[in-house]
Design a protein around this ligand. Structure first.
Ligand SMILES: Nc1ncnc2c1ncn2[C@@H]1O[C@H](COP(=O)(O)OP(=O)(O)OP(=O)(O)O)[C@@H](O)[C@H]1O
Length: 299
């Protein structure tokens, strides 16, 4: 491939809204179809919350920037977040009362399946192909696949030796090639979550190679890098980093002072950053997680 050919590559034409115009604007319209998007963060930052939200927004009609389809949620961290899921069902229903009247349950358009190992995931993805080919027959018109989380699948199965690392990389490439094939053939948006590990190298990422827009990734005061390393980074199209930092409201006004009551408001400030994406420049925004879902914060 020559550099100028990159300019000829078609940009993604279809996006799945995240259900918030601020988040969509940061992502140039939402999560792209025909593509693999990774959400990476430390635990508790909001990867699962965003992923669950997408299961609902994918059902929205095209004129509302949805994909007018069903979604498949493959989870490897147990248990399935039932309580939160049902809370989002209610929230989604009340924000779209006409689309989701009482006779149409958004749950009917969400398929879930647990995956215990990376091989298990590969089997599920291979099995899916025949179903995706006949969406009418199987009533499985899937337009979004979420894998939450990819890192958990590789956590216990592989040792840290050369042979296992080679086996692991080979499995990364098999999984990503099946995902890319499904994404391209069936116009599906693929979202997967990944975890971070503490970064202990001397400044250029775990392998000495800077990946993406940000020189360093920080969250909760720690320098981190995405789990699964460089070979996995080559298996995805876009990487979005979610960070979290504790902020003390009022501290900027010089508290504690004479009126100091002893109460300060500590809150988590969460941000979403585009680490790399073939169709996007660097961009970021703050976001909050509420009972109703995940929303960007206007600057
Ligand atoms: N109903 C709710 N209202 C407000 N915030 C909530 C609600 N439910 C969850 N949260 C927030 O979401 C956070 C958990 O986010 P989430 O489960 O998406 O994290 P994660 O990045 O997927 O973590 P892990 O890697 O451990 O799976 C909680 O710490 C809480 O702050």
């Amino acid at each position: 491939m020559r550099p100028e050919n990159l300019l000829l590559r078609p940009t993604p034409s279809q996006y799945c809204t995240l259900g918030c115009p601020i988040l969509d604007a940061v992502l140039g319209g939402g999560i792209p179809c025909n593509s693999i998007t990774e959400l990476v963060s430390e635990s508790g930052c909001g990867k699962t919350q965003l992923s669950l939200q997408l299961l609902f927004t994918a059902q929205l009609p095209r004129h509302l920037n949805g994909l007018a389809g069903s979604s498949l949620y493959l989870y490897s961290e147990f248990p399935f977040p039932n309580r939160r899921f049902n809370q989002l069902v209610e929230s989604f229903r009340s924000s779209h009362p006409i689309l989701f009247a009482s006779y149409r349950d958004p749950r009917d358009y969400i398929f879930t399946r647990d995956c215990q190992t990376a091989h298990d995931l590969l089997d599920v993805l291979l099995l899916l192909e025949s179903r995706l080919k006949n969406p009418k027959e199987t009533r499985l018109d899937i337009k979004l696949i979420v894998i939450d989380s990819i890192a958990a699948l590789f956590r216990s199965e592989f040792e840290n030796n050369a042979r296992d690392l080679r086996r692991r990389s080979s499995l990364f490439f098999k999984i990503s090639s099946v995902l890319k094939s499904h994404a391209n053939r069936f116009g599906i948006a693929i979202v997967l979550t990944n975890q971070v590990v503490d970064s202990i190298d001397n400044g250029e990422g775990a392998s000495g190679v800077r990946i993406g827009n940000l020189e360093r990734l920080y969250t909760s005061g720690r320098r981190v890098c995405p789990a699964l390393g460089l070979s996995w980074a080559n298996c995805i199209n876009s990487r979005l980093f979610l960070s979290m930092h504790e902020v003390i409201e009022g501290a900027e006004n010089g508290l504690p002072d004479a009126d100091y009551s002893g109460f300060v408001n500590r809150r988590k400030r969460r941000e979403l950053h585009v680490v790399f994406a073939p169709h996007l420049p660097y961009s970021s925004c703050e976001f909050v997680i509420r009972k109703e879902g995940v929303f960007g914060v206007e600057r």
